[in-house]
Design a protein around this ligand. Structure first.
Ligand SMILES: [Zn+2]
Length: 136
């Protein structure tokens, strides 16, 4: 695991980003903070393929934010906006991440964050952004 942390830090330097490994619930892979260009990865993951896939997916969000891509998602004023374009934006990030990861190391198999059905994803995004969360 320590090797992967070191590797992720090295990759992030190229993108002027920072990465932190935190304990999170298992339903969460990672997230990022645009203002500080920081990426947070669930430290429960130990598989290099998965860790690098999460890292590049979150890097995609930071790149989108910097370049004003999918602003309705990354710079949204209303949660509804995010739900509406969320799926496309997330899939765009997956595609960007897959390409960048391939350039970085062809041997790593990219694991998509958003490969599920549309219905499943829409529900997920609704819960995520509109706070329709079940208490646990
Ligand atoms: Zn995402």
């Amino acid at each position: 695991m320590r090797k992967e942390i070191h590797e992720c830090r090295k990759i992030c330097r190229k993108y002027s980003a920072r990465v932190y490994f935190h304990r999170m619930s298992n339903s969460q892979a990672g997230y990022c903070d645009y203002e500080s260009s920081s990426i947070y990865i669930n430290s429960n993951f130990t598989d290099r393929n998965i860790i690098l896939s999460i890292l590049f997916h979150e890097l995609a969000h930071l790149e989108c934010y910097k370049n004003h891509k999918w602003s309705g998602y990354h710079r949204a004023k209303y949660a509804e906006e995010q739900v509406n374009c969320g799926l496309k934006a997330e899939r765009y990030c997956d595609r960007w991440a897959e390409m960048e990861l391939y350039k970085y190391d062809k041997r790593v198999k990219f694991v998509k964050s958003y490969a599920g059905s549309n219905k499943e994803l829409k529900d997920f995004l609704k819960n995520f952004f509109l706070g329709v969360q079940e208490s646990s």
